[in-house]
Design a protein around this ligand. Structure first.
Ligand SMILES: NC(=O)c1ccc[n+]([C@@H]2O[C@H](COP(=O)([O-])OP(=O)(O)OC[C@H]3O[C@@H](n4cnc5c(N)ncnc54)[C@H](O)[C@@H]3O)[C@@H](O)[C@H]2O)c1
Length: 259
């Protein structure tokens, strides 16, 4: 019960990594506000969990005014705000000359600017209460480039360095800020790509553990970062990718050696 009497806000909390984290926070005693634009999934999740301990707010996180209001309303509803998990995100595909500028702006707004908007609303509340914790979902796609992932790579790379800036700016106010960099995780976000013929085999070949991660495995990392177990951890970029970014890309030569 690491989150007894704590209040958490989870953006993108209706599905995938966010929903698994909402479940874990709630199971360990937190009151959780799910901020998401998917009303059906959001209500289904809060109905599934203990009524009164979780609350759903429908909000498009790219809408600054709506997101700042959602953070403040969450604080007012439960009387405090201890944990902010900035997790909502979308992907897109297209190399630079082919990428519609509106798609670029949307991805930057949802994946990057929303983190700023939510932090802008949450930090004064946390500061006034003597501290808090922020976890931002970045990606291993923020650590290096992917083919055709232009806007997503740009946004997630920026989330990583923004996390560091937040961490140093607010460390002495008792606010810790860390980022999670998932690799391939089994969620609706990756379902379409994985269904493309032959993609999954190639993808798994590049993951030393040979499998995708689960949302629940990500939730456990987020919960660690959000808990007092990580009391001296701030500005950390936590990779959870089955080893995908541990190698140089050199093939396993042993497979090609004659016996
Ligand atoms: N699944 C992966 O392999 C993977 C890998 C690296 C990083 N990530 C990141 O993890 C985070 C969660 O992704 P997921 O895989 O759980 O995906 P998901 O699609 O299951 O969940 C994302 C949630 O965000 C919500 N959302 C999207 N746009 C929104 C908006 N504008 N306003 C409010 N809510 C919005 C969706 O409704 C959904 O509930 C994202 O930031 C994603 O970039 C995922």
């Amino acid at each position: 019960m690491r989150f007894q009497d704590k209040v958490a806000v989870v953006t993108g909390g209706a599905s995938g990594i966010g929903a698994a984290t909402v479940r874990l926070f709630a199971a360990e005693g937190a009151k959780v506000v799910v901020v998401d634009m998917n009303e059906g999934l959001g209500h289904a999740l809060t109905d599934e969990l203990d009524e009164g301990r979780t609350h759903f707010i429908r909000c498009d996180v790219s809408d600054r005014v709506a997101l700042e209001a959602a953070v403040k309303d969450s604080h007012d509803r439960y009387g405090r705000l201890d944990i902010l998990f900035n997790n909502a995100g979308i992907g897109c595909f297209g190399k630079t000359p082919d990428l519609d500028p509106e798609v670029w702006e949307k991805v930057i707004a949802v994946d990057l600017s929303s983190v700023f908007y939510a932090c802008r609303a949450a930090i004064p509340l946390m500061r006034a209460a003597g501290g808090g914790v922020i976890v931002n979902t970045a990606s291993i796609s923020g650590l290096a480039g992917d083919y055709g992932f232009t806007a997503y790579n740009a946004a997630k790379g920026a989330v990583i360095n923004y996390t560091r800036a937040l961490a140093i700016d607010h460390a002495r106010e008792g606010i810790r800020v860390n980022a999670l960099c998932p690799g391939l995780i089994d969620t609706p976000l990756t379902a379409v790509a994985k269904q493309m013929s032959g993609v999954l085999d190639v993808w798994l070949e590049g993951i030393p553990m040979g499998r995708a991660g689960t949302p629940e495995e990500m939730a456990k990392v987020v919960a660690f970062l959000a808990s007092d177990d990580a009391s001296y951890v701030t500005g950390a970029i936590m990779i959870a990718d089955g080893g995908a970014t541990a190698g140089t890309g050199q093939p396993d030569l042993a497979k090609f050696l004659k016996p």
